[in-house]
Design a protein around this ligand. Structure first.
Ligand SMILES: C[S@@+](CC[C@H](N)C(=O)[O-])C[C@H]1O[C@@H](n2cnc3c(N)ncnc32)[C@H](O)[C@@H]1O
Length: 226
């Protein structure tokens, strides 16, 4: 299963070192017309689906709730945070450059966020530390997505939510463009199938799981069992 490392291509190291693709990706997610078009070509979905999903989860939280956004990338989800909300927002990523982009995005928007350099395989957070954990466009980038799911669910408090998205293995050929390109660049891990994701989420303790494909990306969400 540890395809990324067995192939000598540790995707985490590539992201941590601010691989050239990280800069391109950051520009694509910047919500400009060109970025949105490239996103649509690359994954066959609209970036707005990510923002809509994030906003729905954030809107459902009471003021003061604790949110973990991992991997935060360049602060994509910060664009969905209303300025009048007082959430305790932690943005975490393995890449210092991505965290710096997130800090710049937060400063531009006048939003207070804590940024933490962290590897999803070994999160520096207590069990159940967050009311909501967001993990968008993520699992396919990690060398061990199973371990990542375990860690991300561990960080959700019982009764809290995990929501995110990932490319999945086993889709139709038209969804393979991202896999081919990302694998060639060395920024992707082994990924997982829909069945594996469902099994891992359930085993980690997530209930009422919903999976919702949008092009090559599948959105998933669920509640940690009490
Ligand atoms: C495709 S970007 C997604 C960023 C953002 N969530 C989004 O939806 O646009 C993948 C992110 O995963 C981060 N990443 C890669 N490996 C990681 C790891 N092992 N632990 C934490 N973050 C990691 C990268 O630095 C990058 O910011």
């Amino acid at each position: 299963m540890l395809y990324g490392r067995h192939m000598g291509r540790d995707s985490t190291a590539a992201w941590r070192g601010d691989h050239p693709w990280a800069k391109v990706y950051d520009a694509i997610t910047d919500r400009t017309g060109v970025g949105r078009l490239l996103w649509r070509i690359g994954v066959g979905s609209d970036l707005e689906v990510l923002h809509r999903t994030a906003r729905a989860e954030l809107d459902a939280l009471p003021d003061g709730a604790a949110v973990l956004d991992l991997p935060c990338g360049g602060g994509v989800v910060l664009r969905d945070l209303p300025e009048d909300r007082s959430l305790r927002y932690t943005a975490a990523d393995v890449s210092p450059a991505m965290l710096q982009r997130t800090r710049e995005e937060a400063a531009e928007r006048g939003i207070v966020v804590e940024t933490v350099e962290a590897d999803v395989e070994d999160l520096p957070f207590d069990d159940g530390a967050f009311d909501l954990v967001l993990t968008f466009t993520s699992l396919h980038c990690f060398p061990d997505p199973h371990r990542a799911v375990q860690e991300l669910v561990r960080a959700v408090r019982p009764g809290g939510r995990l929501a995110g998205s990932t490319m999945l293995r086993g889709g139709p050929p038209r969804h393979r463009l991202g896999w081919v390109g990302g694998t060639a660049l060395g920024v992707l891990g082994p990924g997982c199938t829909r069945a594996e994701l469902e099994q891992w989420l359930a085993e980690a303790g997530l209930v009422d799981v919903v999976l919702d494909p949008s092009g090559a990306i599948t959105y998933f969400a669920g509640t940690r069992s009490a």
